[in-house]
Structures are given as C-alpha cells and as structure tokens.
Design a protein around this ligand. Structure first.
Ligand SMILES: Cc1cc2nc3c(=O)[nH]c(=O)nc-3n(C[C@H](O)[C@H](O)[C@H](O)COP(=O)(O)OP(=O)(O)OC[C@H]3O[C@@H](n4cnc5c(N)ncnc54)[C@H](O)[C@@H]3O)c2cc1C
Length: 470
C-alpha cells in the first residue's frame, strides 16, 4: 500500500484536459554547424601561430607547440560543453554532450601532458651558463614555469578525480564545485603560462584569443552558479506532496506558483532544487514523470540512490522548489512513429510514464507497447494507473519480474534478447520508435538485443540516468 507522508492534494497530477502551454522546440544548433564552429575555435590558435611564423625550428619543437595550443583550446571548450547550454546540447542530447566532454578532456590532457617532453631543448626552467642565447634550454622565467607546472598538475588531477569520483569520500556537490573552480584555476594559470612562455602566444591576436576564452570560461561558471539561479527565482514551484509509492521509490509532486512559466516535452528531465534556494549546490537531474498536460503540476518518480534521494521524506511540504531545464531528447516530438515501444527498467519508468500520460491526454491513436522490468512486484510504480492507461490507449503492457511472487502471470527473468524477441516483431514494427530507459547496463543490453533482432539503431532513443561517469 502507498505510504502517504503528507498530502492534501489529489493522488497524482490530473491528466486531461490538455493545457495550452507552448511546447518548447529543441533549441540546439544542428550538429554539423556545431562541429564546424567547434573546429573553427579549436584550430584557431594553430592558424594564428602559422600566420605569425618565425625562425625555423626542429619539427619536435613545432609539434610540442602545436599540441600545447590545441590542448589548451580544447580545454577551454570544455567549459561550453559542460555548461548545460541548450544551443550546444539541445539537439545532440545532454548525455552525449557530457560523454564528448569526458572524451575531449582526456584528449586535451594527453596533449598538454606530453608537450613539454617533446621540446628538443633541455627541460629546465633556468638559463644554462653555457647557453647565453637560450637556444639549448626552454629558458622559462620563474613565474611562467611555475604557472605552467601547477596548471599541468592540476589539469591531470581534475581528470583523475572526475574518473574516480565515486571513490571520493566527499559528496557529489563538493566534487562538482571543486571541478568547476579547479578548471577555472587551470584556465587562469594556463593562460598566464601561455602568454609568458609561449613562443606563438606572444602574438597579440593569439594573446587576445586566450584572454577571450578565459573570459568565456569565467562566464560559463557565472552563468551556472549565479545568472541561471537568478532566472529561476521568477519561476518558483511549491512542494505539494511526497509519497512513498513503491519499494525505495518516491513520488515528489510540485505545483508551479506562477502557472505558465514552465514548459517541457513529455520525456524530458530537469535539474531539481527541492526545498532550497536556487543558488544551492544541491540539485539533481530527474526525469519529469508527469505529462505537459498535467501542468501546473509536475511529478518526479525517484529511487533512493544516495545522500539526497534517501532523505526525500525530510522535504517540507509547502517548501520552495526550482527546476532548471527542461533538458533531454527522450521525446516523441519531431519524430515519425507509426507505433511506440517503451522498454523501462526500474525507475527508468519515470520518463516513460510522462510519454504515456501525455499520449492518453492527447488520445493518441497509435499502438503502444510497454515492457517494464523490475526485480520484484513491490517495485512496480503506479501499477493501477498503468492499467487504466492501457484501457485508454491502444497499449499493451508486459510486466517482467526477476523474482516473481507465487501465481505471477507476467514474464519472468531479465529484459534480454529472448524476452524481447517474444514481444517485438521488427518487420511489423519497422516504423515504430523504441524508447529505452533504465540502468546503463540494461540500456546497452536492450539496445544490442533490439538491433540484433532487426530494429534499426536510428529507431532507438535512450535516456541514461548516469552520464557523467568514467
Ligand atoms: C538525465 C537524468 C535523469 C534522471 N532521472 C531520474 C529519475 O527520474 N528518477 C530517479 O530516481 N533518478 C533519476 N536520475 C538519477 C538521479 O539524478 C540520481 O540518482 C540522484 O541525483 C542521486 O543523488 P543522491 O544525492 O541521492 O546520490 P549521490 O550518491 O550523491 O549520487 C549518486 C550519483 O548520482 C549522480 N548525481 C548526483 N547528483 C547529480 C547532479 N547534480 N548532476 C548530475 N548527476 C548527479 C552522480 O552520477 C552520482 O555519482 C536521473 C539522472 C539523469 C542524469
């Protein structure tokens, strides 16, 4: 039985009638244009250096300079990639954007780490007595070598801490703040090193370029920690109810205080700051489980995972909440689908619920299939409502349990190829869309199984609940 903590409101956001809220379109730049702009910025230092020219040097010295210039510009672009800018991630998705962020950070680090060892001149920070012209040594002045070495070490530390974040003894929020501030420190020290020690960065255009990127890096952090939260003050929500709805799973319901200011597409997610100021570092990404038609009410379905999600019962009913977003592309808008198949594992059902609720509100006539896997029956979320949705839509629901109770009539086992093969007919469903959400390992297994059954990769849309790891 659902354990209500506190709620004077209806048990869940009401569905129809659909509200006339403008549906936000994906606001991102098209990926080819993004790639072009990215390459233009990242390669600009090489072009400026080539234009500046200079006396000929050994190829290893040129390679060392090129790697330093390239690594540093790639590093600066990391601020844009991780700054949750919709023009960047609107089309490619924030999960892919963050994966690209991780991959490019490691590439930039490699370039930056290697570059000092490539110089043919001795790697010593002082002038050698037998080398008054400074040709045989790097001959860097004290402060410029110091800023370079500290930035070099700090950059490596930032990447290592991000890779091993789960092993750190402090909370996610502390890691995230230290990651941002540490990166800004690397940017500042690196710029000092480039301007003071760089052969090509002495060029006023290139120096101006680095200073502009440094200002951009500072702006992205200002935007994330100050400007965006300031904007959220005009769009407050109130916590309406917090209710345990399944094993270690909670429903958190909010209501917009000034209706009409928040809009999203079914299946999207937002960074939620619950019962705190919008400037708080404690914010978490959650898929919106309610439908746009349910606005001004918003529901999240949240599984206990760590510090914050295990203490949802402490949230004050009536407390303020803020939603930064919406983000994500786990949506039907703009995609042709003759039918929709949804594969959800555990709490991965949250965005799936949003899609189903919106479809019911719009009386979507298409065929729908939901394959919903859990370990045991106590984990099934909103079971009765799902049955009711099945009667209002052309929806077939397949419940799958790893540990079924006696007399269980649904499927038993995992969401594997054999199970999917029993319910997915790729020939009949060639024009369907497949939405997959759940733990990362489950998503990968289901995607591979679907593809091996003949579903085209381009027909599969996935939402990962953890994108910023390893
Ligand atoms: C796009 C997306 C949608 C999600 N939707 C849901 C949902 O609908 N229901 C649900 O139960 N869970 C969802 N999650 C997972 C949820 O965000 C985490 O379980 C939650 O943040 C854990 O917080 P914690 O403090 O309890 O645990 P912690 O132990 O602090 O964190 C566990 C892990 O959660 C992630 N995490 C924590 N805080 C943040 C943050 N501010 N930004 C990014 N990642 C963070 C990190 O990977 C962290 O290692 C979603 C995650 C993503 C990325």
């Amino acid at each position: 039985m659902a354990e209500a903590l506190a709620s004077e409101q209806p048990a869940r956001p009401r569905a129809a009638p659909a509200r006339a809220t403008a549906v936000p379109r994906p606001r991102g730049l098209p990926p080819p244009l993004l790639l072009l702009l990215y390459l233009a910025v990242v390669l600009a230092p090489l072009v400026l250096a080539a234009l500046r020219g200079g006396p000929p040097r050994h190829w290893r010295d040129e390679l060392a300079s090129a790697l330093a210039l390239l690594g540093f510009s790639v590093f600066f672009m990391e601020f844009l990639l991780s700054g949750r800018f919709r023009f960047v991630s609107g089309r490619i998705g924030i999960d892919r954007t963050m994966r690209i962020h991780q991959l490019l950070a490691r590439t930039a680090l490699l370039f930056v780490l290697v570059h000092p060892f490539l110089y043919t001149t001795a790697l010593v920070p002082w002038d050698l007595p037998f080398d008054p012209t400074g040709r045989a040594s790097l001959g860097l002045g004290g402060p410029s070598i110091l800023s370079g070495v500290v930035a070099w070490l700090l950059f490596a530390l930032l990447v290592l801490l991000a890779i091993g974040r789960d092993l750190l003894p402090y909370p996610y929020e502390a890691w995230r703040a230290s990651h941002g501030l540490g990166a800004l420190l690397v940017a500042g020290l690196g710029t000092h090193h480039a301007l003071e020690a760089g052969r090509y960065s002495a060029d006023p255009w290139l120096a101006g370029f680095w200073l502009a990127l440094l200002a951009l890096a500072a702006f992205t952090l200002l935007n994330v920690y100050v400007l965006r939260p300031l904007g959220l003050l005009a769009r407050p929500f109130r916590i309406e109810a917090v209710e345990k709805i399944a094993d270690r799973t909670w429903s958190v319901r909010l209501v917009e205080e000034r209706p009409g200011r928040f809009a999203f597409r079914a299946g999207q997610f937002a960074w939620a700051t619950l019962d705190r100021s919008p400037f708080s570092l404690v914010e978490h990404p959650f898929s919106i489980a309610s439908a746009p038609a349910d606005l001004p009410r918003v529901e999240f379905v949240i599984k206990e995972a760590g510090d914050f999600t295990s203490r949802l019962d402490r949230l004050r009913i009536g407390g303020r909440a803020y939603l930064e977003g919406p983000h994500g592309n786990f949506t039907l808008e703009g995609r042709d689908a003759a039918g929709v198949a949804l594969v959800a594992g555990g709490v991965g059902v949250a965005p799936v619920l949003s899609l189903l609720r919106q479809a019911a509100a719009e009386r979507d006539p298409r065929p729908w299939l939901l394959i919903y896997g859990n370990r045991h029956a106590g984990q099934i979320v909103h079971r009765e409502e799902l049955e009711s949705l099945a009667s209002r839509l052309d929806l077939r629901i397949v419940h799958v349990l790893g540990e079924p109770p006696e007399g269980w009539k649904g499927e038993v086992g995992q969401l594997d190829r054999a199970l999917l093969a029993r319910h997915v007919d790729p020939a009949r469903m060639a024009d369907w869309l497949f939405f997959v959400c759940g733990p990362p390992a489950m998503i990968e297994a289901v995607e591979e199984a679907l593809v091996s059954l003949g579903v085209r990769r381009g027909r599969i849309v996935a939402e990962r609940f953890r994108y910023d790891v390893g």
